[in-house]
Design a protein around this ligand. Structure first.
Ligand code: ZN
Length: 282
């Protein structure tokens, strides 16, 4: 039975119609317990103001975005990205976020060297990990769906996320938690993977966020056409069972990028639907 106290919503789910302030108030009004936040919205409102308002609304911050995007070759761009990550880490600390949702970044324009892009992402993570640790923040490695490898993430599987985790924390025993480092399981990114059960088990004790939405059978966009839980093909309760067997007891964060459908709707209706589907399809 889904526990309402474990329901969080990523603000991207309502971001076309609600500002961060409206989302904080709206989620709290509907009895949602947590929020996932984005840097651009937090900066627009002001970090201190955002942190205060979220605290006063009684919401947990289940993740803060966007960390990572570390694949650029150009040293100046790369430096800018590292600096932005430092700022995102500071924000996450101030917000009390459970993790910074960290994605690898795609292939730079004109680049075909996938191995090089992966190496640069991993180097960047190694540079940021001590920064996160010093701030008491966890970098949550989030693999994304392989169809957006070029555009967004050269980290396309949970297996590779586990490999990177181990590379960043040499010497950690299997299943041992590592300060400052975690793994984000987003059902939309990993549901298709024949090795999913094995790799979730391998991430035992290391999962720092669990994201839900659904894969629409007739999807029209690989990034911005996520479905409401229950409208697509993902066995969400099955995957939730796997992450819970791997020790995850935290919140379930609903994260729906939906340019053609949910972003167009009245956000109160969206949040009401999220709550219903959380009970029946998560
Ligand atoms: Zn996600």
């Amino acid at each position: 039975m889904p526990d309402d106290r474990l329901l969080s919503i990523n603000q991207v789910t309502t971001r076309e119609r609600w500002t961060l302030e409206q989302a904080i108030d709206g989620y709290a009004r509907h009895g949602v317990a947590g929020i996932g936040t984005w840097s651009d919205s937090v900066r627009a409102l002001g970090l201190q103001a955002a942190a205060r308002r979220i605290r006063e609304a009684g919401l947990a911050v289940t993740g803060h975005l966007v960390g990572g995007l570390l694949t650029d070759r150009d040293p100046a761009v790369r430096r800018t990205r590292i600096d932005d990550n430092r700022r995102v880490i500071e924000e996450a600390a101030e917000l009390g976020a459970r993790c910074v949702v960290t994605i690898a970044g795609g292939l730079p324009a004109g680049d075909r060297d996938l191995a090089g892009a992966r190496a640069r992402a991993l180097d960047g993570l190694a540079e940021l990990l001590p920064v996160a640790r010093a701030a008491g923040v966890t970098l949550g490695l989030e693999p994304l769906h392989p169809m957006i490898t070029a555009a967004r993430s050269v980290l396309p599987t949970l297996e590779l996320a586990n490999d990177w985790f181990e590379a960043l924390a040499p010497g950690a025993a299997p299943g041992e938690a590592v300060p400052g480092l975690g793994i984000v399981v987003d059902v939309y990114a990993v549901w298709w993977d024949p090795n999913l059960a094995r790799e979730i088990a391998r991430a035992s004790g290391r999962i720092c966020a669990f994201h839900v939405s659904d894969w629409l059978a007739d999807t029209t966009d690989l990034r911005l056409d996520r479905g409401m839980m229950g409208d697509g093909v993902i066995d969400i309760p099955g995957i939730r069972g796997m992450v819970e067997a791997a020790g995850w007891q935290g919140m379930r964060e609903v994260e729906i990028f939906s340019a053609r459908d949910w972003w167009q709707r009245d956000p109160d209706e969206v949040v009401r639907t999220v709550r219903e589907r959380y009970r029946t399809a998560v």
